[in-house]
Design a protein around this ligand. Structure first.
Ligand SMILES: C[S@@+](CC[C@H](N)C(=O)[O-])C[C@H]1O[C@@H](n2cnc3c(N)ncnc32)[C@H](O)[C@@H]1O
Length: 244
């Protein structure tokens, strides 16, 4: 799927979209964590804990795990702080500034940042014992290619966990949520981040992203089996998983 950035910034190709997304996250990086906490009222932390719970790392606590589109490394740090975890996490993102700002969140010998594009990961096939992506795949210029690339770097039997926004189905909550997400959030996001379009891009990208059933099928097509999802917080977010 190719997602068009806001109409005010016309883009013409996949590489334009990649650049737009990378520059946008690089620009908002210093306020990214603050806005996550503010705009989700702190619920994003609970969602990331659920993502790590779904990874199945307990089967191989000393394994090597990938946090793709890792941003400021919140998900990688969440796995690193689990008491029984003795493995390593590579946090990969194509915005080096996002990675740098997350550097203090976990011990460097446990979480290693890697400046890398999820569509072209610099790792050999079958390298990782599990992978997770929080709020990342929605931003990929080619979702299917990204899922195939994530499948490639996982060993057979390893799990991929994806955390993404979705749109609540229950009409009364949906109406309230859409008002917040499309009207209030862009205003707050723009005021705090001082970026003109990043927090309009967020709801726009969610509304064109595949619904949970469709994403489950895309995961299966990319080579994952036992694909399933569960909705979080009334369907604001969805946790997907599949086995390589
Ligand atoms: C919404 S942030 C999510 C960050 C982090 N996973 C979290 O939970 O807060 C999306 C991140 O994906 C990164 N990103 C988007 N497309 C990417 C790509 N093709 N390759 C690597 N990183 C990408 C952006 O730079 C950004 O840091």
């Amino acid at each position: 799927m190719t997602l068009a950035p806001p109409a005010s910034e016309p883009q013409s190709s996949e590489s334009d979209q990649r650049r737009y997304v990378r520059e946008m996250f690089t620009a908002i990086a210093p306020r990214y964590d603050l806005l996550n906490r503010l705009l989700s009222l702190g619920i994003d932390r609970r969602w990331r804990r659920a993502a790590v719970d779904a990874l199945g790392w307990e089967a191989k606590p000393d394994g090597l795990y990938l946090d793709a589109c890792a941003g400021t490394l919140d998900l990688a740090a969440e796995l690193a702080r689990r008491r029984a975890f003795s493995g390593r996490v590579v946090g990969a993102d194509f915005s080096a500034r996002m990675l740098r700002l997350g550097a203090g969140k976990a011990r460097p010998e446990v979480v290693r940042p890697a400046a890398a594009d999820t569509l072209d990961l610099p790792f050999p096939g079958g390298r990782f014992d599990g992978a997770m992506v929080a709020f990342g795949v929605r931003n990929l210029a080619d979702l299917d290619a990204g899922l195939v690339e994530l499948a490639r770097v996982l060993r057979p039997g390893a799990r991929l966990v994806i955390l993404e926004f979705t749109t609540p189905a229950w009409a009364p909550f949906r109406a309230l949520y859409l008002f917040y997400f499309h009207r209030l959030l862009p205003l707050i996001g723009r005021a705090v981040s001082r970026h003109p379009t990043a927090y309009s891009y967020l709801p726009a990208s969610v509304s064109t992203f595949p619904a949970p059933d469709a994403l489950r099928e895309r995961l299966a097509r990319a080579g994952f089996h036992d694909c399933a999802y569960s909705l979080l917080t009334g369907g604001i977010a969805a946790l997907h998983w599949g086995t390589r």
